[in-house]
Design a protein around this ligand. Structure first.
Ligand code: 5AD
Ligand code: SF4
Ligand code: FES
Length: 347
């Protein structure tokens, strides 16, 4: 039998692959569909047919960091900046609840305007609405993470971006890979559901390092993992670089499902920004989460991580309907729960 098919069968049966085997699967382009189908079966077995929706509130595009790939980097003077008030953020969460979301993700650049006391106020008010809260606001101290946990934030999202330390520190100037890993460890210690993930197709990123990313995610026992292709933004130093490969990003995601069974895996916005119906393809290759945008008005356009971002001219109501339709078209249903990790896998 074909070696690749054998490896896919091994992954589906044992959920254990060696680094070399992961590399071979990532390099293969002939049996991608078999890989995706195997991940789809594992998804169905461990997390079922329900798709979890998280309403994404992009509340500030101001960032003190300078990541080379990102449109929100502080040196991008072309971007008009915005910052929502505490009341506006709470109001968007209330509206998200009205659209039937059970979780909101509060995401921003690293913006120090939102002090611990402001964030605690926002989180406390939103928790009163009986919503689960995911924070995605970057690198903080243990004490800050602890403060947000004490007001019952449920989850925290912080992508490692890449486990290649040199690449990370080249692309995220002034940031330390050690500190990023410390953040993930602190969050886990504090009892958050921890989300991480990586970019695929960064300049100088190797297939080998993507295999290391996958093994790292397994090692830290992440509860949620988002993978997105790199999309060059012309207002950044990487504007002329090659874009990431959509199918390679789906392969990374499918392998994550095969090895990490019951975690939550989003079909990412970047995937669909690169390829029409990219999220539906991802949902059929291991993903079980979608994070529709619930930010209102022109802010969506201004949260310009990369060009071609979907939904920038749409309303929360429209996206909610659109995503329901896409989910039912592939024979799946929208979950009505808060969508915590199911922990169905007994390894
Ligand atoms: N292409 C794709 N994803 C990007 N992100 C930032 N810039 C880009 C880009 N140019 C991702 C990062 C970050 C998340 C919020 O957006 O992975 O963690
Ligand atoms: Fe800021 Fe995050 Fe963009 Fe880096 S990736 S510049 S930390 S918003
Ligand atoms: Fe926004 Fe489809 S999810 S338009």
């Amino acid at each position: 039998m074909d070696k690749i098919i054998e490896l896919i069968e091994k992954a589906e049966k044992t959920h254990d692959l060696k680094r070399d085997e992961i590399i071979e699967l990532l390099k293969d382009e002939e049996h991608m569909n078999e890989l995706f189908s195997a991940a789809d079966r594992v998804r169905k077995k461990y997390v079922g047919d329900e798709v979890e929706l998280r309403g994404l509130i992009e509340f500030s595009n101001i960032c003190k960091r300078n990541c080379m790939y990102c449109g929100l980097r502080r040196d991008n003077s072309k971007l008009k900046r915005y910052r929502l008030t505490e009341e506006e953020i709470i109001d968007f969460a209330r509206k998200a609840k009205g659209y039937g979301y059970q979780t909101v993700v509060l995401q921003s650049g690293e913006d120090d305007y939102y002090t611990v006391s402001r964030m605690k106020h926002i989180v406390s008010e939103i928790k009163k609405l009986d919503l689960a809260i995911t924070l995605s606001i970057g690198e903080k101290t243990f004490e800050e993470y602890k403060a947000y946990r004490e007001v019952n934030s449920d989850r925290y999202l912080i992508r490692i971006e890449t486990t290649d330390k040199k690449l990370y520190e080249d692309l995220d100037p002034g940031m330390s890979h050690e500190n990023r890993k410390r953040c993930l460890a602190d969050l886990k210690k504090l009892g958050y559901e921890v989300g991480s993930g990586c970019l695929v197709g960064l300049p100088n990123q190797t297939i080998e390092s993507l295999a290391d990313d996958i093994l790292f995610f397994k090692e830290i026992d992440a509860d949620m993992l988002g993978v997105g292709p790199f999309i060059p933004n012309e207002d950044t130093p990487l504007g002329n670089e090659k874009k990431g490969d959509f199918y390679l990003s789906v392969k990374v995601m499918a392998l994550i499902r095969l090895l990490m069974l019951d975690i939550n895996i989003p079909a990412t916005t970047a995937m669909e920004s690169l390829v029409p119906e990219g999220r539906s393809i991802a949902l059929k290759a291991g993903a079980n989460v979608v994070m529709p945008n619930v930010t209102e008005g022109e802010y969506r356009k201004l949260y310009a991580l990369y060009p071609g971002k979907i939904c920038v001219n749409d309303t929360p109501g429209h996206c909610r309907q659109c995503i329901s339709l896409k989910i039912s078209k592939i024979g799946r249903t929208v979950s009505l729960t808060k969508g915590f990790r199911k922990k169905t896998a007994k390894l």
